[in-house]
Design a protein around this ligand. Sequence first.
Ligand SMILES: NC(=O)c1ccc[n+]([C@@H]2O[C@H](COP(=O)([O-])OP(=O)(O)OC[C@H]3O[C@@H](n4cnc5c(N)ncnc54)[C@H](OP(=O)(O)O)[C@@H]3O)[C@@H](O)[C@H]2O)c1
Length: 261
Amino acid sequence: MRLAGAHVVLTGATGSIGSRLAERLAGRGARLTVTARSAEALDELAARTGALAVPADLADEGGPASLLTSAQDRHGPVDVLVHNAAVEVAGRLEELDADGLAAAVALNVRAPLELTRLALPGMRERRRGHLVLVSSLAGVATFPGLTLYGATKAALTQAAAGLSLDLRGSGVGTTLVEIGPVSSTMMSRVRDHPPTAAAFTRAARLRVLRDLDPDEVAGAVVAAVEANRRHVRLPRRAAVLAATAGLPRAVVRTALVGIEG
Ligand SMILES: NC(=O)c1ccc[n+]([C@@H]2O[C@H](COP(=O)([O-])OP(=O)(O)OC[C@H]3O[C@@H](n4cnc5c(N)ncnc54)[C@H](OP(=O)(O)O)[C@@H]3O)[C@@H](O)[C@H]2O)c1
């Protein structure tokens, strides 16, 4: 997908990775709509990148639809949807409250699926579109304290695989982003839960994981969209984990649609 002139809707745009994505997408000439809840942070980002700011709470039932309506009213049909917003939840499941659990599922899973459901008919009709689903290695690997977060990311990873199959030949591409820990405020909050922090420290000591730079992630995502690549897996040393976990999907896909699928 050529980004110059494309209307890109980016969720979670004010976060550690989102703000770098916004800068890089704007740098490639995209017509950008940025969204998050905090209007002040969004306005600052919009001023810096020339983006259209549309505040929305995507955990609310009507949030995805109202975001899409505002974005399309002002910037026209959506060409690229970047599903980047998510909430991390570190802790034992039984220690979480019911509202927090519902909000995490709504933001991390329902919102990207709902936005996609709403945007896809137009993309299919125009035979032009690209979906980016920002998942996590926590969707394929198990970390203590990340039961809920990992489950939501596993759902997103599986959704990306299903979408890419359903969208074959439609002109609409997908990119699944499976990344390890990123130097970010999200990661520092995750590390507040001692068992999770200990697991990441051990993974780093074993050299399985290293902290990624948010700009490194943003650069890889933008390059993947432009090259219509189906996967971004970082850090490279852990990519084998995601590829191995994705093997059953890849085997069945090849059996069903052939090696070119
Ligand atoms: N950081 C990591 O180590 C890491 C590792 C693997 C994968 N990831 C994934 O990468 C993506 C970005 O992570 P990040 O570290 O950049 O996160 P972050 O810094 O915590 O940013 C989260 C973004 O989502 C927005 N947001 C939160 N709740 C929302 C809601 N209810 N409705 C709409 N927007 C909401 C936040 O803005 P407001 O609070 O103003 O709404 C913010 O813009 C996520 O999908 C995450 O799961 C991150």
